[in-house]
Write a protein that binds this ligand. Structure first.
Ligand code: MN
Length: 206
């Protein structure tokens, strides 16, 4: 079964407080679509073509080496962007409450410290990649970054939130000022979606 591009879960201009309409349009309809097309080409006629993107990424090290490269890059590109769009929204921003808010505060000392750590993770990722909040195997929160389209699930980590720091995510409005994009991005963070991911990871990891 082929992977598909999920429709954007809001209008193209819904993220204007951080990301302009044209960037969302190009990023979703062209970049994300290209990962879907290239992933399907890479998976075609392999034993992995009926698996979900998540299952493939969690078992990436079992994919034969001679086909692993394009699968890693493009299936990662599909899954990472699916999560990225889902955990943003027009009514985002503010600070998380509940168990997620408590876990962030107790792990990173304060929400502001967490933001600084997350922004630094994105700002210092050399070249292209992603910055993540993950839950590790011990059930602890961590900020990590990955190059290219690599996904923390391949290392046994549970993704909780993510930001895309490829230039295509911000260059039209922010040009080379990645830290400015990282700072504005908190305006569109959808904490309900992230809290649901945190709860699911907690139930899984314990
Ligand atoms: Mn991207």
């Amino acid at each position: 079964m082929a992977l598909e591009l999920p429709p954007l879960p809001y209008a193209y201009d819904a993220l204007e407080s951080a990301i302009d309409e044209e960037t969302v349009h190009i990023h979703h309809d062209l970049h994300h679509q290209a990962y879907v097309n290239n992933a399907n080409n890479a998976l075609k006629d392999t034993e992995w073509d009926s698996k979900s993107a998540e299952e493939i990424l969690r078992n990436l090290n079992s994919v034969a080496e001679n086909i692993r490269g394009p699968i890693r890059n493009n299936v990662g590109g599909v899954w990472n962007h699916n999560m990225y769009w889902e955990m943003m929204g027009p009514n985002g921003g503010g600070e998380p409450g509940g168990e997620l808010g408590e876990a962030i505060t107790s792990t990173f000392e304060s929400f502001d410290n967490f933001k600084t750590l997350f922004n630094n993770g994105g700002a210092t990722r050399f070249g292209s990649g992603w910055v993540w909040l993950v839950m590790n195997k011990a059930g602890k929160l961590e900020v990590v970054s990955t190059p290219n389209q690599d996904n923390p699930m391949t290392d046994g980590l549970e993704p909780i939130m993510v930001n895309d720091v490829w230039e295509h995510a911000y260059y039209l409005r922010y040009r080379n000022r990645r830290p400015e994009y990282l700072g504005a991005w908190w305006n569109v963070v959808n904490w309900d979606n992230i809290a649901a991911r945190f709860a699911a990871a907690k139930a899984k990891v314990g």
